[in-house]
Design a protein around this ligand. Structure first.
Ligand code: DGT
Ligand code: CA
Ligand code: CA
Ligand code: ZN
Length: 582
């Protein structure tokens, strides 16, 4: 199992929470929290940097001691400090932390003022009405805690699962449709991490503008997917859907919609940065509007917010306080790639291997999306579970594609293959057949556990083959099933750039591989990427939007994305020196 930056960040986060429950020095708590945030968002894999023996880069707020702890986390996947803290902290307190609304601060407060040290203690205190006695525990929070205790039943509450973006969308879209049916609703958006198109989403933040908030609340609370109402008020409600997802609704007047949309889109770090810029200009920026003293000076549109601090509009996907505000101020925001710039899909399977449809059906589906081309990339023979193609079957597929292509004047099926990269770095099919293709996707489907060094050598050796064009799903991760392979992507990206190879952003929801952080690295290195769906059916072609938003989160522009080019440009771009056109 590789140690990703977010694994390291999780360790630091846990340490911060446990330190906080123990009422440790506030500076120390903050140092760990800050470190966690910096590490989580760091664009390069810290584990790779350490493994290749380089010094860690200078990171804000991370001194020698914390840097050493990063090293420890990479080596041991743990922190001795964390083990010690866990030993010292009663289990019950740790379980309390998992209850939504109960951060370490409140857990500490509960412990100090009521002696609550477990979920059972908490339940008792609730039932006896003792929670009312402590500051910061209003009826809203109490109701939220009650709802969680009901939801999780007796015993310890489980850690609330974050949803994959694609899953969240299946819940969010019908909700949005439903809310817009209410005649009072003027505008409605799902803000938060969902709008920033994060890989996973904690809860959905639905924002509406209207002039009759009561009517909108009533309409919302009648939605059939609602399982529990955690809290309801005149302008805000929190509910839990039958699927377990929490949804927060905020209803605001039209004059506040832009300010609220900006606020609830976040991220929190981005908001705080913008707000502090406002303060310097004598402005108060919050979810209700932009104010100079008590006078409202804007808030109807999101642009108002940015304009008030002298910035151009910043796309939601960039709002992570990862340099987007500085870039905006300097007039250097990237011109992010858009879905409507995508002209085709370079990774799709047919029923010749593990796809569900014929090549003809897949091509028809791609044409319907307005695409100019579709690459058919079935598996190669090594992947026996998918009935991978050998030279003979691939040859006959190529003839079939020639026949189909004769029918089109405005569309082309590209001849391709998803060829396995074998353990020794050779490709699974001979050059004699690869040379007859328009381009190749080359993927690792076995031996995921080679050492990082061997994995890199394997992939770079494969890239030495002049018929290697696109590295498919580069880290091999399957979200929730298989971790990313542990190797330094930077080295692979540099190798790809030198050799004229591209990397894939695989838009399958369970892959999303490269990640946004990797995309940013790809941008820095200047290696080309292909955004592909790896479709196994016509429906899967729709995943393109997830790949594009991921690329946008990674600051990628049209020019760096292979499949924003025409078919002939692509074939020309990927052709390697020493390879003549077949
Ligand atoms: P999630 O739900 O964990 O995937 O992430 P978000 O970003 O959707 O976070 P959420 O739902 O807790 O809050 C939605 C947005 O509201 C968040 O992105 C920024 C804003 N927000 C929440 N709490 C604060 C806060 O304390 N200060 C500021 N400035 N903004 C906040
Ligand atoms: Ca949220
Ligand atoms: Ca929320
Ligand atoms: Zn594959």
């Amino acid at each position: 199992m590789p140690v990703s930056n977010s694994d390291i960040a999780d360790l630091f986060d846990k340490a911060a929470s446990l330190l906080e429950i123990q009422a440790a020095n506030a500076f120390r708590v903050r140092a760990y929290r800050n470190a966690s945030r910096v590490i989580r968002n760091w664009p390069e894999s810290l584990a790779s940097i350490i493994r290749r023996g380089s010094d860690l880069p200078k990171m804000p707020g991370i001194g020698e001691d914390l840097a050493e702890k990063i090293g420890e986390a990479v080596r041991t996947r743990n922190l001795a400090l964390l083990t010690q803290l866990k030993r010292e902290t009663p289990e019950g307190l740790v379980a309390l932390l998992r209850i939504p609304g109960l951060g370490p601060k409140r857990v500490l407060l509960l412990q100090k003022s009521l002696g609550v040290r477990s979920v059972q203690d908490l339940e008792a205190a609730l039932n006896e009405g003792r929670l009312d006695e402590i500051r910061g525990f209003g009826p809203k929070l109490e109701e939220k805690i009650r709802a969680e205790l009901r939801r999780s039943g007796p015993g310890e509450p489980s850690e609330r699962k974050r949803l994959a973006l694609a899953t969240a969308e299946q819940i969010a879209e019908p909700l949005l449709f439903y809310i817009k049916e209410c005649a009072n609703v003027k505008q409605a958006t799902i803000a938060g991490s969902y709008r920033r198109r994060c890989e996973t989403v904690g809860d959905l933040d639905l924002l509406v503008s209207c002039d009759d908030q009561e009517a909108v609340m009533k309409h919302f609370l009648a939605f059939e997917d609602i399982d529990q109402v955690v809290s309801k008020g005149a302008t805000r409600s929190t509910v839990i859907f039958k699927s377990g997802v929490q949804v927060d609704l905020r209803a605001v007047g039209e004059e506040s919609y832009g300010a609220a949309l900006h606020y609830f889109t976040g991220s929190k770090a981005h908001n705080i940065h913008i707000r502090s810029m406002g303060v310097k200009r004598g402005l108060k920026i919050n979810e209700y509007g932009i104010f100079r003293g008590s006078r409202r000076v804007g808030g109807e549109s999101e642009t108002d917010v940015f304009k008030s601090v002298g910035l151009p509009y910043i796309e939601p996907e960039l709002r992570e306080n990862q340099g987007e505000i500085e870039a905006a101020a300097a007039g250097r925001l990237p011109d992010l790639v858009r879905l409507d710039q995508i002209r085709g899909d370079l990774h799709a399977h047919s029923k010749a291997t593990d796809g569900r449809l014929s090549i003809e059906e897949m091509a028809a589906a791609a044409r319907k999306l307005g695409y100019e081309y579709l690459s058919i990339t079935d598996h190669s023979k090594r992947l026996t579970v998918a009935r991978g193609l050998d030279t003979r079957r691939l040859s006959s597929q190529l003839r079939e594609i020639d026949r189909l292509n004769e029918k089109f004047s405005d569309f082309r099926i590209l001849k391709s293959i998803e060829v396995d990269i074998l353990e020794d770095g050779s490709l699974d099919l001979p050059d004699s057949i690869l040379s007859q293709l328009d381009l190749t996707v080359c993927s690792v489907h076995s031996h995921f556990d080679l050492s990082a060094r061997k994995q890199i050598e394997r992939i770079l050796r494969a890239m030495d083959n002049p018929y290697f064009n696109i590295l498919g799903h580069p880290t091999g991760r399957l979200i929730g099933q298989r971790p990313a392979m542990e190797f330094d992507l930077e080295e692979v990206m540099k190798g790809a750039k030198e050799r004229g190879c591209a990397l894939e952003i695989n838009a399958q929801p369970e892959r999303m591989d490269l990640s946004d952080v990797h995309c940013r690295l790809a941008k820095k290195i200047g290696v080309m990427v292909a955004i592909s769906t790896d479709a196994h059916s016509d429906h899967d072609l729709q995943f393109m939007k997830f790949g594009v938003s991921l690329a946008r989160r990674g600051w990628l522009e049209r020019t760096q994305v292979l499949n924003t080019r025409s078919c002939s440009e692509i074939v020309r771009l990927v052709r390697r020196k020493g390879v003549s056109a077949a």
